[in-house]
Structures are given as C-alpha cells and as structure tokens.
Design a protein around this ligand. Structure first.
Ligand code: FES
Ligand SMILES: [Fe+2]
Length: 400
C-alpha cells in the first residue's frame, strides 16, 4: 500500500479525482477579481481564482491544446490565463477565449471550420466554500461539502474561521515517504508524547492530559484534540516546567505560552480531512496543511499560516514565533517527517508484510476519549479501501 507505483497511479484516479472534497485554498488569499493561486490536487495542477462574477472557480492548469502548464506563477492577479506555448487564452472561469491564427494566415493553415472553443475549456472542478475555506471536487455527483465534512468538522471549521483572517506566511516540507504514512501519523495521537522530545521535555504533551479523537460518520476524517486546562494533573505551572531533563531551559519561554483565544478549552486540535488536508491549532499557531503527492515515495506538505485581521502586532509576532514548532525545521514536527522516512525505507524489502494497528482496540471506529489510540487510522483505511475497491485481506493476522 505504501510502495507500489500501481497503487499510487490508481489513487490519483480513485482518491484525488474520486468522491472527495479536496482542500484548495483560502478565500483570504484571493480577495479580488483576478487573484489566483496555482496549487495541486494529488498530482493534478490546479488554478484557483476569483472570477468577474465574484465567485471562486477552479480548473486544471493544463492547456487544452497540447498540455502545457498554463499559469506558471504560484500566485498573482490576471485578467486571463494565457499559455506561453501557442498563446491559447482562458478566462477566469477556465473557458477558452482566444486562439491565435485560428483562421490561419491569408487563408492558409489554421484550425478546421468546425473548431468550437466551447469544447476546449480547462477541466473544471466543482467548488464549494465554508467560512472562507475553499474545497473542490472532480466528482460532479458528490454530496454537498457540509455533508461530506459532517457536523464535528463543519463546527471545527466554523470555530477556526469564525472571523476574517489574514495570511501570515507559507512553508513547504518535502518528505521522502509515501503520503499515507503522513495521514497515518495524523491519526495516531499516541506518538505525540513519545516521538516529539521537545513536547515531552517542556511538558507540552503528555498521555495523561485530557484529550481524544473525534471522527465523522464514516471515520474517514479525524480530529485529535487536547485541552490544557481541564482534568487532573494539568495545572499551568506543570506546563511551564521542563519535566524530563532539568538541564534544558528555553531562552524564550513564550514558545510555550498559550493565549486563550477560543471560548472552549481546546489548545490543540489537529483536524485531518480525508484525503488531503489538515487544519491545525497548536497553541496559537493556526495553519492549514495540504498534502501534495509527488510520487509513490515522496510528497510535500504545503503550510499556510494565518491569524485574524483583528490580531494586534503582538499577537502576529506570537503566532509567528510559535510557528517555529512546526514546518520543515520545526521544533516539533520535523520528527514526523523523519519517522515517515525511516518507515518508508525500512519496509522496502518487506512489501508483502503488514503493519500492526491495534492501539485503541479492534472493531468499529468511533470517537476516542483518550490519546493512546490509533483507531482513527483504521477509519481512514476503511474508507480508502472502499474508494480503491480493495477488500482488506482476511489473512492479515496470519501474515503479520
Ligand atoms: S500547449 Fe498551450 S497553447 Fe499550445
Ligand atoms: Fe507528530
């Protein structure tokens, strides 16, 4: 499942172009008519822009003529998107509007009489937004976005995007492993207090803190959560005191500071939406991560950091300072990349063997009231198998 190039090829069709809502971008990134971003959905290059009708449109960034990348900038503002190869031009809804020399020159050459521009649009995605978060799908018959997300995740997006936001910056993290090792990692809160030494040393994460995981009706999405000021053994003093190694101190203790900003007690929420995105709240670091597949053994995490437009300068600085915890050089999340790479390498010779995923028990997957679980991983795989048309092997235990 992690190393077979044929599985990877099938995923591009069955998962990323299948019945899922893929995260595309944030409306705050493209506020004006003509504003665009070029992103990827799985391997597929996509342009997301705001058209003259004020709405967000998304379409494949591959010319209908001979397949060149049409828009080559990462972001910008454009009246139309013109392919550099033979200058076919597309409007902001992805429709072909201009073909140079369509009639040839002096009656010679050019396109056949029956050429119809309408038949040569860029492939369009269906787009829906929720509180400024843009999702797109290639499956025209898919359930509406809110139904796909289900209550827990609709509420979580409404919570995180409860007022206008501002973009604080971007990071990219290239990881040499299969992308599903990352979706596994996100559905495994058990490793948070074990792998991440910074969190353990400075007491940010511990397995006895109040926390758990929530899933949607199909258990394909997952939200791992923890609450700082609830439950036993979770006083503020304990959080700011290094636990494991008293020789280590932070020169800037504000890295551990959480400024309460939501009416609830959650100070850590990692909401992973099947298949390609994550909405994170780690203390006051708010970000969206998009998983971009590159090959069977490589993917990129594209991070978009944001705050709220009514944040003051001190809050901006605080959020940016805390962003050092995550991203490719992050004090916490670089270990996830390393864990994924050492798994991907070590399983190379054993492609017929199985991993063991029974923390949190066996059987149907529902909400979890603790962090010592990897049950949400099983929820992901059940849905993955359904979309891929795979029947999980009955002999899994025998071969483990
Ligand atoms: S490939 Fe784009 S215009 Fe020819
Ligand atoms: Fe992690």
């Amino acid at each position: 499942m992690y190393r077979d190039p044929d599985v990877y090829t099938l995923e591009q069709e069955k998962i990323f172009q299948g019945p899922v809502w893929n995260y595309l971008a944030l409306e705050a990134e493209i506020p004006n008519v003509g504003d665009f971003r070029t992103i990827e959905v799985g391997d597929i290059p996509v342009i997301v822009n705001r058209a003259r009708d004020g709405k967000v449109h998304a379409f494949v960034n591959r010319c209908a003529h001979r397949g060149a990348t049409v828009q080559r900038l990462i972001h910008g503002n454009a009246k139309s998107h013109v392919c550099c190869y033979h200058h076919w031009g597309y409007n902001l809804e992805g429709n072909l509007v201009g073909v140079p020399f369509a009639r040839g020159v002096e009656g010679k050459g050019g396109l056949p009489e029956d050429f119809d521009k309408k038949e040569h649009c860029l492939r369009k995605m269906r787009v829906e937004t929720l509180n400024g978060v843009i999702f797109g799908t290639f499956a025209q018959a898919l359930e509406p976005l809110e139904e796909f997300l289900d209550t827990t995740f609709v509420n979580q997006l409404k919570r995180l995007f409860n007022r206008p936001i501002k973009i604080l910056g971007y990071q990219r993290q290239r990881i040499h492993g299969n992308w599903k090792l990352y979706t596994d990692n996100l559905r495994d809160p058990n490793h948070g207090g074990l792998l991440h030494m910074f969190q353990i040393t400075f007491g940010i994460a511990r397995l006895n803190q109040t926390g758990g995981a929530m899933v949607d009706k199909k258990a394909r999405h997952n939200m791992s959560w923890a609450a700082q000021d609830m439950g036993k053994n979770n006083s503020d003093a304990e959080y700011s005191t290094p636990r494991e190694n008293n020789n280590l101190t932070l020169k800037d203790g504000s890295l551990l500071q959480y400024r309460k900003e939501f009416p609830d007690a959650y100070n850590l929420t990692i909401a992973s939406i099947f298949p390609n995105c994550i909405f994170q709240q780690i203390g006051n670091t708010l970000a969206v991560r998009q998983i971009r597949t590159k090959s069977v053994g490589e993917f990129e995490i594209f991070w978009t950091f944001y705050g709220y437009t009514d944040d003051d300068t001190s809050m901006d600085q605080h959020r940016l300072r805390l962003s050092n915890l995550v991203g490719p050089g992050g004090l916490v999340s670089m270990e996830d990349g390393e864990a994924i790479e050492i798994v991907h390498r070590a399983i190379a010779a054993d492609e017929d063997k199985h991993a063991f995923v029974e923390f949190g028990g066996r059987g149907p997957v529902g909400d979890q009231d603790n962090l010592v679980t990897e049950a949400p991983m099983r929820g992901f795989w059940m849905h993955y198998c359904e979309l891929m048309g795979i029947t999980p092997g009955a002999d899994a235990h025998a071969n483990a």
